[in-house]
Design a protein around this ligand. Sequence first.
Ligand SMILES: [Zn+2]
Length: 179
Amino acid sequence: MSRLLYFTKDQIETINQAIILAEELISDHFKISFSEWKRYRYDIKTLEALKPEEITEEAFAQIIKYVCNPEKKLRGSLHTDYYKICLQDHVILKALEREKKMPLYPLAAYIVTHELIHVVRFSKFLQSFLVSAEEQEKEEALVHTLTYELLQGVKIPQLSYVLDIYVHCRNMETFRTAD
Ligand SMILES: [Zn+2]
């Protein structure tokens, strides 16, 4: 693995802004309250908080499904799975280097919104986690479309540029289940 590049403190702040935006958009669209939901069902972490097996060179993110101990199941909750969205700083930074006129914020907004849509759809059982390559391709196209729809009305400099480039991106994320 090549040398890993980490987000700076300012870049982490930008990622956090993108997370706030994505949660708002998705909360509206899927009618869910994120304040409750996020405490138990998912986390979004950057490279510094990742274990070696959570790091990849192949995509902007890796979604890892952890099956929680049923004993710890929340009262009233139907399922116990937890998803860790592992952002790959080094891959995202490399894309910024390639696309000089693309700032981090619109790209981060696209990636985080896209990954959260996956997680919401898994959690709502609209989609299974491990499926055939063909089904995965269909789901990926659908998630790209939803990402586009949710973000297209948002006013962020260079966002339309990012939407045009990434709406068909094949390397958004990889999926794994925790061992
Ligand atoms: Zn995806």
